[in-house]
Design a protein around this ligand. Structure first.
Ligand code: MF3
Ligand code: CO
Ligand code: CO
Length: 278
């Protein structure tokens, strides 16, 4: 195991900008997420906004971790039973679909990584409940972040909340350190035991991005080499923020005017940690 980098004040400034830009792409694309649009059209809209308006780079495009083929698009669009890394294309959204849109931009060399769920028309009761529980899982995990806390504290609270609702936590994918590198140490597991794994220090930056399945936790990979689905074809939901460990707690970096309000337990206890609320 290597070590977790501590960001400099300049790095943190760069990450604040990259994080805000990533969140603003989600604000931009939200009104287009309607029945009749294809995921490929959402990709093109986001790509053009990132490149032309934000003068930034869409990090997924041609991203090629060891053992993978280059990712062919600029965003990830994961619909219904797709857990993550859905490749945009000809799939046309219809009423009742639920979609995660995951945006990573590179600005001045720094990565900002965030995703949100969107409903196409009226969601089913199950889709709404899964999406809401997953949102609270992400924020419960974030709420544990402070110097001296352990990564296992984050995983534990997420796992407990998801499983108490009768849902399951995907094990094969996790949050990650991020900075000038897209995916760096540490791995941020969304399950675990309190007091285990790395101890947090001010200046660390990582994502919290739980993938929660309505049914069983097992997944399968599609032959495109990227798309991950639930093995039992149950619905899956995910939310993601990029977060800085501060001297007193945390600062969410992927903030924007259009971001959904955090749950009330966050608004009441951690308002100062979210620039958009302060
Ligand atoms: N944005 C994803 C994450 O949260 C990673 C996507 S990699 C891609 O870590 F190549 F599929 F875009
Ligand atoms: Co991420
Ligand atoms: Co992401």
């Amino acid at each position: 195991m290597g070590s977790i980098s501590i960001k400099t004040p300049d790095d943190i400034e760069g990450m604040r900008l990259a994080g805000r830009l990533a969140a603003e792409v989600l604000d931009f694309v939200a009104p287009y997420v309607k029945a009749g649009i294809s995921t490929g059209e959402l990709d093109r809209l986001c790509h053009d906004y990132i490149v032309q308006v934000q003068q930034s780079i869409p990090a997924p495009l041609n991203y090629c971790p060891p053992g993978y083929t280059p990712y062919p698009k600029s965003i990830c669009t994961s619909v219904n039973d797709v857990v993550c890394h859905g490749i945009p294309g000809g799939k046309v959204l219809k009423n009742g679909d639920v979609i995660n849109i995951d945006i990573t931009v590179i600005k001045d060399g720094y990565h900002g990584d965030t995703s949100r769920m969107f409903f196409v028309g009226e969601p089913s009761i199950l889709a709404k409940r899964l999406t809401d529980i997953t949102y609270d899982c992400m924020w419960l995990g974030i709420s544990k972040i402070r110097p001296g806390a352990h990564l296992g504290d984050i995983g534990h609270v997420i796992q407990h909340h998801a499983e108490s609702a009768g849902f399951s936590v995907v094990r094969e994918f996790c949050g990650h350190g991020i900075g000038k590198v897209f995916h760096e140490e540490p791995q941020v597991l969304h399950y675990g035991r309190p007091g285990t794994l790395a101890k947090l220090e001010a200046g660390m930056i990582f994502t919290v991005e739980p993938m929660i399945n309505a049914g069983r936790r097992e997944i399968r990979e599609m032959t495109d080499g990227w798309t991950i689905k639930t093995r039992d074809r149950s619905l899956s939901a995910q939310w993601e923020h990029t977060v800085l460990v501060t001297e007193t707690g945390f600062e969410v970096l992927t903030v924007s005017p259009g971001m959904p309000a955090p749950p009330s337990f966050i608004r009441e206890h951690h308002a100062g940690s979210i620039a958009a609320l302060a």
